[in-house]
Ligand binder design. Structure first.
Ligand code: SF4
Length: 880
């Protein structure tokens, strides 16, 4: 420990000993009120050292809250969840705030009610005294002019105080009143900043019956107190800075400031400093986290460097992954299992935790494959139908269905019923098991159980959405502390650092937005309302933080302050307290306390990271076993366009996770057109001889049938259908002309599997026409004639037509371009059988090379790369 705290504790110890000199070595008659229990041990050591006795019976050392809780009360105390539900129902019934988020308003109101209770002029010790005090306060305000919000808060508070039922604030008051009434032993109080008014009232009452000695750091360290005086706006006055600078001690050896240019730099600098302190042998390092966002990043960086951080402050449940699984489950339910929500849920490590991990992963993988391939956007029943033949999915989907039935979204239920249904659904989904295996998860489950129990008697009924908002709010208010981590590095907050000294202190996130932290009355009721109600305003809150900060600086000799001078491109300001301190120090000692070493360390770290190999044009090789034995026509096209693309899509199989299309795209349009023409020609293999209007009507009817499901799902499908309708006359005309040339429709969609040397080529042909012995392969394309001509310009660039022709022993092959109301035949200029033969030989050769260990370079041309989904993988653009 540094040398600043012991002298203060020594003074306290000697005073206590002198007051109890007659009773030594027994100090048990005295009580010491501590700001926190961390002070107990150093104080005990100081007492022992000052007493110089072989044994010492220590005084009772306790925090005020714990001391009060030890006082029994006859009546039961209503919980916050019960009060909150009651008030919410009242506000909902009154319909005063129709579009407001009533749950957040409820929470703010309850906090204000507690403050109003604490602001009573007396410290009522029972229900009768309380009722009298409330009545007195009510009468005093009744005739006062209050603004509407203040009047509303006050009247609601008054109405809720009727009756004998205790809430936490009233119970605390009664306990303090009883403690004060029983006062008989001397009381010693350690403090660093102001009390709440009712706590001061308790001390005053206590002092009427027994001695009270207060050790206030503000008085014990006069060179610090009064150094910063802050206006109620939170800004330093700036007056008499010269005068005060004379009082400021030289701080160069104990306090430094690091101004970061970004959040990331602040977190990195903080992590670097903590590691340096650890290296230097410091074993009690505290991080006062003013900015929780930077704190999160810092924690991640430290964990990456194998430094765990203990946490006295805790994190609210809504920031933890254990709550995320709840949120994902309810979101998936509410969105009727929108595929992204469902996949998010299934990828949570907490779901189906009672299944073997390999089984669970296989099921999730299988479902993802299936729904992405089939393009199903949402709907649990659709997924169930889709997975009919996938046994691995039957159980997980059945469990999702069962859990869904437990949470009936159309019903109105009580909060306890919703919680019961939620907990049952968590059990069905195995989330319960997953959460039990995690400390935070187990605490979360306990909290759900506690809320359910507390609210069992509440009869108010809530819609699903109302209950979800309630749950979100509860999770945002409940804190989780990981007590399992024992580390020399810990997070804490300013108030918890009172009367404590550490080997090193990092004050993190000390910009003007976070120090003093905002506490201006919240979203619904601002400082003006608080002031009208005679409640402590922002200035009280900020003064307390200023005192706590000064106390921390007075007791610690190794402090680094970090803050962001640039925040998202805007200039950031240092906390006004610290800015003033720094300015005074500069004035008095010519040192602005800037940290000078960290930048060099960070630059060195960056340089080390930059030594990572730069991305180069990849040309991966694979083993012969990894090379597919069968390739599709489109895979072959990919191999020709860019071998790396083929590698990524067909060897790594990254193409299998296609995005589920939520709106109709050109590819769907093309597939539907194929389907329409296949059905049409099954009915009309020959159009000649049928009346034109009959043909067109039939084609329209089939088209509407084929587009029916898309029209339901997506409004844009109408535009695509209209586009197709525009081409109908041209298509029928083209078909008639085709028949006039002697060609007859023979078959459609026939698959082929072509055995080549060492590889099979497979595909499916759109259509085959025949003219006597002649055969012609046709491939429908919803692309313009010009695009298709370009495709065929270079022999071998497009492998499709030639391979189709070869597979069907057809001498001819052509694209049928259907675009912009026109239908055109586009034929290759080259000899198709020869092309097919060359293509087959090339495929055999290329696959043989790959099997033999040849690299597959990423060498697509720009037009191919422009549409390539593997661009992020090959990192074209980052190559030197
Ligand atoms: S972006 Fe271009 S180079 Fe990269 S894989 Fe795709 S086609 Fe090949």
């Amino acid at each position: 420990m540094n040398s600043y705290l012991p002298p203060f504790l020594d003074r306290v110890a000697r005073h206590i000993l002198s007051c109890h000199a007659q009773e030594l070595p027994d100090l048990r008659r005295a009580t010491v009120l501590l700001p926190n229990y961390h002070v107990a041990q150093p104080l005990a050591q100081a007492l022992s050292a000052a007493a110089k006795l072989p044994a010492l019976l220590l005084p009772q050392m306790v925090t005020l809250n714990d001391w009060a809780q030890s006082v029994p009360l006859d009546a039961s105390v209503a919980t916050d969840s019960q009060r909150s539900a009651l008030l919410y129902q009242h506000l909902r019934k009154q319909q005063w705030f129709e579009n407001a988020d009533l749950w957040s308003m409820t929470q703010e109101l309850l906090a204000l009610f507690d403050e109003l209770t604490h602001a009573l002029d007396t410290l009522p010790r029972d229900a009768e005294a309380f009722a009298a005090a409330v009545q007195q306060a009510y009468q005093a305000r009744q005739n006062a002019t209050l603004q509407l919000e203040a009047r509303l808060v006050f009247e609601l508070w008054h109405a809720m105080q009727a009756g004998d039922e205790l809430d936490a604030a009233r119970a605390y008051q009664q306990r303090l009143a009883k403690l004060a009434a029983q006062a008989s032993q001397p009381l010693f109080v350690l403090r660093a900043s102001g009390w709440d008014a009712f706590e001061q009232r308790f001390l005053d009452e206590y002092a009427k019956r027994a001695a009270v000695e207060v050790f206030d750091l503000r008085e014990m360290a006069p060179q610090w107190s009064g150094l910063l005086r802050i206006h109620s706006t939170g800004h330093p006055t700036g007056y008499s800075a010269g005068l005060r600078s004379q009082n400021i001690p030289p701080l160069g050896g104990r306090l430094r400031f690091f101004a970061a240019t970004s959040l990331e730099q602040e977190a990195r600098a903080a992590a670097m400093q903590v590691r340096r302190w650890l290296q230097a042998g410091k074993r009690d390092i505290t991080i006062v986290a003013q900015d929780r966002v930077v704190a999160r990043r810092l924690r991640a960086l430290l964990e990456r460097a194998q430094v765990l951080v203990a946490d006295e402050t805790g994190w609210t449940f809504d920031t933890l992954s254990v709550s995320t699984v709840l949120d994902r489950w309810l979101t998936a339910l509410q969105s009727d299992f929108y595929h992204h929500d469902l996949l998010d849920l299934l990828k949570s490590p907490f779901i189906f935790a009672d299944m073997a991990a390999s089984e669970r992963k296989a099921a999730v993988y299988q479902l993802e494959q299936l729904l992405r391939k089939q393009g199903v956007v949402a709907g649990l029943e659709k997924f169930v139908a889709l997975a009919e033949h996938e046994t691995v999915l039957h159980q997980p989907l059945a469990r999702l269905r069962q859990a869904t039935m437990l949470l009936e979204q159309n019903k109105k239920s009580t909060l306890a019923e919703w919680l019961e249904a939620l907990r049952a659904s968590l059990r069905v989904l195995g989330i319960d098991t997953g959460l039990q295996q995690d400390d935070a998860g187990a605490q979360l489950l306990r909290a759900l159980g506690t809320w359910q129990q507390e609210l069992a008697a509440d009869a108010g009924r809530y819609r699903f959405a109302e209950w979800r908002r309630w749950l979100a709010q509860q999770l945002g208010a409940q804190t989780y502390r990981d007590s399992g981590i024992d580390s020399p590095v810990r997070f804490t907050h300013l108030a918890a650092a009172r009367w404590r000294a550490f080997d090193a202190v990092l004050l993190l996130g000390c910009d003007a937005n976070h120090l003093p932290s905002v506490a201006d009355g919240g979203r619904w009721f601002n400082d003006a309302v608080r002031s009208a109600l005679n409640l402590p305003t922002r200035s009280i809150h900020t003064t307390r933080q200023s005192d706590d900060l000064l106390a921390l600086l007075a007791l610690n000799d190794c402090v680094l302050v970090t803050w962001q001078k640039d925040r998202n491109g805007e200039k950031g300001l240092l906390s006004p307290y610290l800015e003033m301190l720094r300015d005074l120090h500069t004035l008095a000692h010519g040192d602005d306390l800037g940290e000078n070493e960290l930048h060099a360390y960070l630059a060195a770290e960056e340089a080390h990271n930059a030594e990572l190999p730069q991305a180069a044009q990849p040309a991966p090789k694979v083993t012969a076993q990894a090379v597919p034995a069968s390739v599709s026509i489109s895979a072959y096209n990919s191999l020709v366009a860019c071998p790396y693309q083929f590698y990524a899509r067909h060897i790594l199989r990254l193409n299998e996770l296609d995005e589920v299309q939520e709106g109709i795209e050109k590819r769907d349009y093309g597939e539907r057109v194929h389907d329409i023409l296949r059905r049409f020609h099954e009915r009309y293999p020959q159009v000649s001889g049928h009346p034109a209007d009959e043909l067109e009507a039939s084609l329209r009817r089939i088209s509407e049938e084929v587009f029916a499901d898309l029209l339901q799902q997506d409004f844009a499908a109408r535009a695509w259908l209209a586009r197709w309708f525009a081409a109908l006359p041209a298509y029928l005309e083209w078909q008639t002309e085709n028949e006039a040339q002697g060609w007859r429709y023979a078959e459609a969609e026939s698959a082929f599997d072509w055995e080549l040397e060492g590889v099979r080529l497979r595909g499916r042909i759109d259509r085959l026409d025949a003219r006597g012995e002649e055969k012609r392969v046709l491939d429908y394309k919803t692309q313009s004639e010009q695009v298709l001509r370009n495709k065929l310009r270079e022999p071998g660039e497009d492998v499709q037509l030639a391979c189709y022709a070869y597979a069907h022993e057809a001498a001819d092959a052509a694209f049928v371009s259907i675009e912009n109301g026109k239908v055109k035949l586009v034929e290759p200029k080259h000899d198709v059988p020869l092309l097919a033969q060359l293509n087959a030989e090339r495929l055999v050769h290329a696959m043989g090379e790959i099997r033999g260990g040849a690299g597959m370079p990423a060498n697509g041309i720009d037009t191919v790369c422009g549409y390539c989904e593997m661009r992020g993988l090959c990192r074209k653009g980052e190559w030197p």
